[in-house]
Design a protein around this ligand. Structure first.
Ligand SMILES: NC(=O)c1ccc[n+]([C@@H]2O[C@H](COP(=O)([O-])OP(=O)(O)OC[C@H]3O[C@@H](n4cnc5c(N)ncnc54)[C@H](OP(=O)(O)O)[C@@H]3O)[C@@H](O)[C@H]2O)c1
Length: 290
């Protein structure tokens, strides 16, 4: 059986949906709260829930739970790795962060988790996910009110650009890798994904001017991009959890400084990467300004 964590979230939910749509695949979803019937409870902050959640899982799709300070995320992810080993899981597929995100604050927890997984007694596949297209859409939406009122989209992105991927594409890769890993376990075939790390980098670079163009279509007036100093974003993040504000500043700062170039992307080997990422961003922005 395949167990997928974080299924109340967008990525885990899409992975679970994709696996359920496949014939001949046995799959269960797990979420922090569980629903008592179709979904198992896997609360990473309560390690005592994890033995039951992972029982009978040959393959575990481990979706990170990164919305917290690093020490909390490390404790969560460490508990998942230990519980998976104790439950006898044979293959863990971890949703990590792409190499182009190496300097983001969130990279620390992902790389720490990869190291713990590498020491564990099961097969591992690391899916290094690039920034979601939906993250870029969120940046545009943060400036949508001002763009509608003034025709200016101000953001601290400088002239930097980020290579983003539609979250749906990342889910599609996880579905395929999980189904194939499960098939290989079930049939005793060579484990084609064991010990592999896939860099799922985006191939379309998006910057402030692109987001202004998207906003032009969404707010019904011409919008121009204006780079703003990083310091000006901080007061605008006042309502966020402190760790979230830190991650957000780190993201803008990294993009403005130029994210490290990705040497290659494994994405095209799995999905048709010509999917128009700007359309995905535009749809998310239109939905958000409605
Ligand atoms: N590559 C990127 O651009 C990017 C962007 C954002 C996030 N991420 C990472 O990718 C993950 C999945 O993304 P997403 O879009 O699906 O995020 P999402 O929609 O916000 O879902 C996050 C999931 O994590 C679960 N979770 C949080 N704390 C947990 C805990 N203590 N124990 C178990 N589950 C917990 C949430 O459960 P509840 O519903 O119960 O809260 C939810 O199912 C995120 O958690 C984050 O680590 C990546």
């Amino acid at each position: 059986m395949i167990v997928v964590t974080g299924v109340s979230g967008a990525l885990g939910g899409a992975i679970l949906g994709g696996l359920r749509a496949m014939s001949g695949v046995e799959v269960s979803g797990a979420s922090r709260s569980g629903d008592g019937t179709a979904t198992r409870q896997a609360d990473f902050d309560r390690p005592e829930t994890l033995a039951r959640a992972f029982a009978g899982a040959g393959v575990l799709v481990f979706v990170s739970a990164g919305y917290a300070e690093d020490d909390v995320v490390l404790a969560r992810h460490g508990a998942v790795v230990r519980a998976a080993a104790e439950a006898g899981v044979r293959h863990v597929i971890y949703a990590s962060l792409a190499g182009s995100g190496e300097r983001l604050t969130i990279a620390l927890a992902h790389r720490w988790t990869e190291a713990r997984l590498a020491e564990a007694p099961f097969h591992v596949t690391v899916l290094r996910n690039a920034l979601y297209a939906e993250v870029a859409a969120g940046m545009a939406l943060a400036g949508a009110g001002q763009a509608a009122a003034t025709g200016v989209f101000a953001a601290p992105l400088g002239e930097g650009r980020m290579r983003v991927v539609a979250r749906e594409d990342l889910a599609a890769v996880a579905v395929r890798v999980a189904a194939e890993a499960w098939h290989d376990l079930d049939t005793g075939a060579p484990r084609r994904h064991a010990g592999r790390t896939y860099e799922l980098e985006g191939r379309v670079a998006v910057g402030g001017h692109d987001l202004a163009e998207v906003l032009t279509g969404a707010v019904g007036r011409p919008v121009a991009y204006r780079p703003m100093p990083l310091g000006e974003i901080r007061p605008m993040l006042a309502g966020m959890e402190p760790y979230q504000a830190g991650h957000t500043v780190s993201m803008y700062s990294n993009v403005a400084a130029g994210l490290p170039a990705a040497p290659h992307s494994d994405l095209p080997a799995f999905v048709d990467s010509r999917r128009p990422v700007l359309d995905v961003i535009a749809a998310a922005v239109r939905a958000g300004v409605r």
